[in-house]
Design a protein around this ligand. Structure first.
Ligand code: NOJ
Length: 551
């Protein structure tokens, strides 16, 4: 109780496409500074800024070549200092994305390791000899659809990378390397950042037997257990906490992704012996089956609302009173939520419904840039428009098995590019660079949303304000309880503290007869103009939602 990071509403900024202050076609740090008042006005108390360190940007900055400097496309260290000072003066905390699992292949350590036999940096990474037949050391497949091994002919060795080959994994067994990474963390904390989102943190330790995975039989086997949540990892985290985190008033949110159960999440973040304040999981991000479903047409994709509710409930029940959770619909690795769980034909209704459902649930909510105006998925016309390294690998993997049309359909609904289009500020926006600007920017943009009283943005402002003020205790500290649990279309819950509030959200694009109408309750927020009651039943229209105080 009583920690600032529980009380705030967070906002994720993906810097390259957020705001471009100097019209060079690339988002920058001054662009973030210029929008801090906008965020303040929205009610945001914490921003998570994606990686802005020097980088060849094979993976949009998660491939860091210099941890101490800012990539020049984003500006300078002074710009960062100004941004931090301005945020502080507005009462907004700032966390950075800290990448501890890997560097860029252009990092000087890696270059030295690949070129110099006696390099001390060789042991900063994971190099292995070829197997007896001269091939890769084992059959492990990484997160980006490739083998985790890449060969360096010059030294006749393979190096390990669980993401792209331009992102070699660091060897956390090496004590000196660990100290180097602690130094990086201290450097940014000393500069005034309020903490970190810890990228890919579940993967720092690997199965050092390097035996083939037998998870299933295939040439390459995707078996994240070989490099996720392993025992040795928790020793490193203990040391990291003791040597760095314990010395600062900072917040830490580990990315443990799709590979962690609630039990594992508790190891990372339980109040008593955990290492971080919270951990992000991905469980609630894929309940409409959009991922891994290249064979399905768009009309076959339908949100499993029942499962979605149960997942939120499971995380809450397993973690309540033991740990705290961040809460989000999407980040830069997921499709846009209005396209996924909502519907662009009901953009206003569904975006508002999703905002309301998330904001009063539990934990610290994170809004992803553009969510507050209902930004939706990209509509790429050809495969060469996809930029994300993962999408490019998927195209290569699928191109012999599927038609271009099928791959395009799949990536337009599931790829990470969906969240990486330019933030839509106004209907006059000019795209100076080579980022994608969704053609709907003429109607979906901040400027028009600000003018329209009934807009998604103004709805978000109101619900954030209600969460921050009038219903703060219920929203943040109230007990969460699903109601009408078995209903397959409606996500409804109560939050109980001094007051009793209830959220009712129809996740369908059709009318749902809900329950007996009870008139004495107070409607606090609603995304339709009137209440529909038929035969004393409350009827929910497409994506209709209510926030109600039970009197
Ligand atoms: C997780 C990040 O969110 C993602 O964008 C990135 O590709 C990987 N980690 C590797 O850093």
């Amino acid at each position: 109780m009583g920690k600032w990071w529980k009380d705030v509403v967070g906002y994720q900024i993906y810097p390259s496409v957020f705001n471009d202050s100097n019209n060079d076609g690339h988002g920058d740090i001054n662009g973030i500074s210029d929008k801090l008042e906008y965020l303040k006005d929205l009610g945001i108390g914490l921003i998570w800024v994606g990686p802005i360190y020097r980088s060849p940007k094979v993976d949009n900055g998660y491939d860091v070549s210099d941890f101490y400097n800012i990539d020049e496309s984003y500006g300078t260290l002074d710009d960062v200092k100004n941004m931090l000072a301005k945020a502080k003066s507005l009462g907004i905390r700032v966390i950075f994305d800290l990448v501890l699992n890997h560097t860029s292949s252009k990092h000087e350590w890696f270059i030295d390791a690949c070129n110099n036999v006696d390099s001390k940096y060789r042991d900063y990474y994971i190099f292995k000899d070829p197997n007896d037949e001269g091939g890769r050391p084992n059959n492990w497949k990484g997160f980006f659809e490739e083998s985790v091994w890449t060969y360096v002919p010059k030294i006749n060795k393979y190096y390990m990378h669980i993401f792209s080959k331009e992102m070699p994994d660091l060897n956390w067994d090496n004590k000196e390397l660990r100290q180097e990474m602690y130094k990086v963390a201290r450097y940014w904390l000393d500069m005034g950042v309020d903490g970190f989102r810890l990228d890919a943190i579940a993967h720092l330790a690997k199965d050092k037997t390097f035996r083939d995975s037998k998870a299933y039989k295939d040439d390459l086997v995707y078996d994240p257990s070989k490099f996720s949540n392993r025992k040795e990892l928790f020793k490193y985290l203990k040391e990291f906490k003791k040597e760095v985190l314990d010395h600062y008033d900072c917040v830490t949110i580990g990315e443990v992704g799709g590979c962690a159960t609630t039990d594992e999440a508790l190891k990372y973040s339980n109040y008593k012996t955990g290492y971080f304040n919270m951990v992000f999981n991905f469980d609630t991000c894929w309940e409409n089956g959009a991922y891994g479903s290249i064979d399905k047409s768009d009309s076959e994709i339908k949100t499993n609302v029942y499962n979605l509710k149960l997942l939120f409930e499971k995380w809450y029940k397993d973690i309540d009173e033991k740990a705290w959770l961040p809460l989000y619909w999407l980040n830069h690795d997921h499709p846009r939520v209005v396209s996924q769980y909502g519907d662009i034909y009901y953009r206003k209704e569904s975006a508002k419904m999703l905002g309301l459902t998330l904001l009063f649930m539990y934990g610290t909510p994170f809004i992803y840039q553009g969510e507050e105006i209902g930004m939706s998925n990209v509509n790429h016309k050809s495969l060469d428009m996809f930029k994300d390294v993962n999408a490019v690998n998927i195209i290569n993997e699928y191109k012999d098995k599927y038609t271009e049309k099928e791959i395009l359909r799949f990536l337009n609904r599931a790829s990470r590019d969906n969240a990486r289009s330019l933030m839509q500020w106004s209907s006059n926006q000019v795209n100076h660079g080579d980022f994608y600007l969704n053609e709907n920017y003429k109607v979906v943009n901040v400027e028009d949303n600000l003018k329209d009283k009934d807009s998604i943005l103004n709805f978000y402002k109101k619900i954030i304000d209600l969460r921050n003020n009038e219903y703060h205790d219920e929203a943040v500290y109230g007990k969460f309880k699903l109601i009408y649990r078995k209903n397959k279309d409606v996500f409804a819950y109560q939050k109980i503290k001094d007051k009793k509030i209830m959220v009712i959200s129809n996740f369908r694009d059709y009318i749902v007869n809900f329950r007996d109408y009870v008139s004495e309750n107070k409607i606090i927020m609603h995304n339709y103009k009137d209440v529909m009651v038929v035969n004393n039943k409350l009827v929910l229209r497409p994506f209709e939602c209510y926030l109600i105080e039970i009197i």
